[in-house]
Design a binder for this molecule. Structure first.
Ligand SMILES: Cc1ncc(COP(=O)(O)O)c(C=O)c1O
Length: 378
């Protein structure tokens, strides 16, 4: 029925878990959904107002495929000020979500059969996007702290690129300068590209965020991806962007213009406000996430579940091998106590001993979830 190219692409496990949780909720059951990757905060008011004003101004028509100049300029300025990346607005393309940015970057970079290195447990959509582009994933192992333990060993003659995601979904790991320098050195030595997905850059508790695109030697081999979903609680708006050397951007623009055309026009104006307007709501959201992370980590450790302290994002990725592994643990939690978490196997072979628990839910619900877990595991 479908092309063989698509037949091997799995359904997104995170979406599947969330659909199951929603179904149980609709049946009147008190499910605590810790499966989803979206902030439970409202989009800041000033951003919503900017979109409404934009609609009223009549910004409801086609715009250039790579986005309105005002947003591309705001993004280029942000990248310079916050990330140390110097690009012109022409090197930026706005996309409907960071997911599309990753999709087009991989389409532009990969030839049939070429390899993309993913470092340990990685976001569910990377591998399907690599496969859609005709490429193959090679997994690089990580240590207990989710830092690469043998990145060089994952490089083959077919390697075209390394994908870096810091802070990471699902592990919450934050790569420091030394790790990124190792990635840089390998990329330079083997003539590789790096895609750096920085969508959680502002949701960080330990250490600081580094952009590999700002490292010397990386100007012509980095594709930086980012978006508004996580740091501005704008998941449903579908707004992201990609920055790459001009030769890549030419093709990115072409793919966008022949597929989605562009991100929604008035949403792009909301993006200008997100970047140029007050940033305090992001700050309070991160402070609340930090309090939840601490509550969840200490609660899980009290129950006896082993977990590394995540430095960023809004997930913990505990080791549940003592409870039968991630698949068994997550189905037991859902069926016995109505707590939805994502099995770590969704994030690649290194994830199967783990589950991903999202703390994009209130402290009250987190405490309730911990009580339920203690009940079923005690
Ligand atoms: C690591 C990572 N990259 C990209 C995305 C996609 O974000 P967007 O909503 O901008 O498409 C997500 C969303 O879950 C993510 O976790």
């Amino acid at each position: 029925m479908v092309s063989s190219r698509l037949a091997s692409i799995p359904e997104s496990t995170t979406m599947k878990i969330s659909a199951m949780a929603k179904k149980l909720k609709a049946a009147g059951l008190d499910v605590i959904d810790m499966g989803l990757g979206e902030p439970d905060f409202d989009t800041p008011r000033n951003i919503c107002e900017a979109a409404i004003k934009s609609l009223r101004r009549g910004n409801t028509h086609y715009v250039p495929a790579n986005g309105i100049p005002e947003l591309r300029t705001a993004i280029a300025e942000k990248l310079y000020d916050e990330n140390g990346i110097e690009v012109s607005p022409d090197d930026v393309a706005v996309t409907p979500g960071a997911k599309m940015a990753i999709f087009v970057a991989l389409q532009a970079l990969l030839n049939e059969g070429e390899e993309c290195v993913l470092i340990g447990p990685s976001w569910v959509s990377y591998e399907p996007c690599v496969n859609f582009a005709g490429g193959r994933v090679r997994w690089a192992p990580v240590n207990d702290e989710f830092m690469p333990s043998d990145l060089a060993g994952a490089i083959t003659e077919k390697t075209r690129l390394i994908l870096v995601n810091s802070p990471s979904n699902p592990t919450g790991a934050v790569f420091g300068r030394r790790v990124l320098e190792e990635v840089r050195d390998l990329a330079v030595d083997h003539d590789l590209f790096v895609i750096s997905d920085e969508i959680y850059e502002k949701i960080i508790y330990e250490g600081v965020h580094f952009s590999i695109g700002a490292f010397p030697g990386m100007e012509d081999r980095t594709v930086t991806v980012n978006g508004f979903s996580k740091c501005y609680a704008m998941t449903g708006w579908r707004l992201g962007y990609v920055v790459a050397p001009p030769e890549i951007m030419r093709w990115v623009g072409r793919i966008l213009s022949h597929s989605v055309s562009h991100a929604v026009t008035f949403v792009q104006w909301a993006g200008v406000e997100a970047l140029r307007g007050p940033q305090d709501e992001t700050g309070s959201m991160v402070a609340e996430f930090r309090a939840r992370r601490d509550l969840l980590i200490s609660g899980l450790r009290d129950i006896g579940i082993k977990c590394t302290l995540p430095g960023g994002a809004f997930y913990v990725f505990p080791d549940v091998s003592e409870y039968g592994g991630g698949d068994e643990f997550s189905s037991k939690l859902l069926s016995d106590v109505m707590v939805a978490v994502t099995p770590g196997s969704a994030f690649g072979p290194d994830g199967s001993d783990h589950v991903r628990i999202s703390y994009a839910t209130s402290q009250e619900r987190l405490k309730e979830a911990l009580d339920r877990m203690a009940g079923v595991l005690g």
